[in-house]
Design a protein around this ligand. Structure first.
Ligand code: UFG
Length: 329
């Protein structure tokens, strides 16, 4: 299949592109490189530098490539930044997405897999969140994802667009060739590895007074390679609403730090800091629906396996993809 991957130079997009290619698909990556890295794009993929706020450019992409399906991963993804600049998040994650859908419809492309997030749930009411759990985002990032899921539903009704939203929980880890390189990095596991590598002095632990077993926030960490595989299953099995993608098991921040100490053999100094805005106490998935409907289940998502893959990648790419001048097509 000819697949357009928006955000294909980003962390999850690059590894999804890698998996698509492995499975024999043809990939066209569209990315504006504002957050992504040209070096993260598999050489077998075609690359187009494009801003999704440019409707004409989008129309040109669809007019000149025989695209059969879209994987939409281009988005801003920091919970923290979304609380400081909500407008920026809604413009990029919602308005640009509408542009993409309009170009798809105009060119008869009727299948999309959307990169959504567990952040759509907000504070969890249940120990294991299902797709039917209430959606009450507690940050602008999560709301931008929920709003776009709803927009997809309306495009589905109006234009018969087949749409699948993948609600990722805490994606971490790396493949052999591609990994996380955000600037600034805000996610726990890559920051812990930076501390282990001596690139950062200590880990700021954001709060130990949550209502959890050790007072630190609990999250469901899932390997990025498992997430990439789910995209392809969603593409092949067709449309069907939203799926949780998680490991089904929660680990506290303190437990992740301990596991990272074991995997890396490094001390990883920690400094206790106040809570971070927009952080729910606990987010753990039930992935039953993805298992039943897509045949997906995590294969590489033991916590130590995830941390070890991140450790290997960051050790072999101490400066990430290099950034700066190298980041040119
Ligand atoms: N944390 C720290 N110190 C840090 C970084 C994080 O203590 O330096 C803590 C956070 O407070 C949180 C936990 O580690 O309790 C995980 O934080 P991350 O930033 O790694 O991840 P989030 O849970 O905030 O968000 C991630 C993705 C979102 C997604 C969400 C869904 O970044 O895009 O998972 O579960 F929406």
């Amino acid at each position: 299949m000819n697949v357009l991957v928006t955000g294909g130079a980003g962390y999850i997009g690059s590894i999804t592109t890698e998996e698509l290619i492995k499975q024999g698909h043809t990939v066209i990556v569209a990315d504006n490189l504002s957050r992504g890295h040209y070096r993260a794009v598999a050489p077998e993929a075609s690359f187009i530098q494009a801003n999704l706020d440019d409707q004409q450019k989008l129309d040109d992409i669809f007019a000149s490539n025989r695209i059969e399906a879209v994987m939409h991963l281009a988005a801003y993804t920091s919970v923290e930044q979304s609380m400081a600049e909500p407008g920026k998040y809604f413009r990029n994650n919602v308005v640009c997405g509408i542009n993409l859908l309009d170009s798809m419809i105009k060119h008869g492309v009727k299948r999309i897999v959307f990169s959504s997030s567990a952040a759509v749930y907000g504070e969890a009411a249940e120990a294991a969140i299902t797709e039917d759990s209430p959606t009450n985002p507690v940050n602008a990032y999560g709301d931008s994802k929920l709003i776009f899921e709803n927009i997809l539903r309306w495009y589905g009704k109006t234009y018969n667009l087949e749409h699948t939203s993948l609600r990722y929980f805490n994606v971490a880890g790396a493949s052999k060739n591609y990994g996380a390189d955000h600037n600034p990095e805000t996610n726990l596991i890559p920051i812990i590895i930076k501390v282990a590598l001596g690139q950062k002095e200590f880990l700021s632990l954001f709060g130990n007074d949550y209502d959890t077993r050790d007072g630190t926030c609990i999250r469901d960490y899932i390997n990025v390679v498992d997430i990439a595989r789910a995209h392809i299953m969603a593409l092949e099995k067709g449309g069907g609403g939203a799926y949780n993608l998680g490991n089904g098991e929660g680990f506290s921040v303190a437990e992740v730090i301990e596991a990272a100490r074991k995997v890396t053999g490094c001390e990883i100094p920690v400094k206790l800091c106040p809570r971070r805005a927009g952080d729910p106490a606990m987010l753990v998935a039930s992935y039953k629906r993805a298992k039943e409907c897509l045949g997906w289940q995590p294969q590489h998502s033991a916590l130590e396996t995830i941390i070890d893959s991140a450790w290997q990648w960051q050790r072999s790419h101490p400066q990430g993809y290099g950034g700066g001048q190298e980041n040119k097509p």
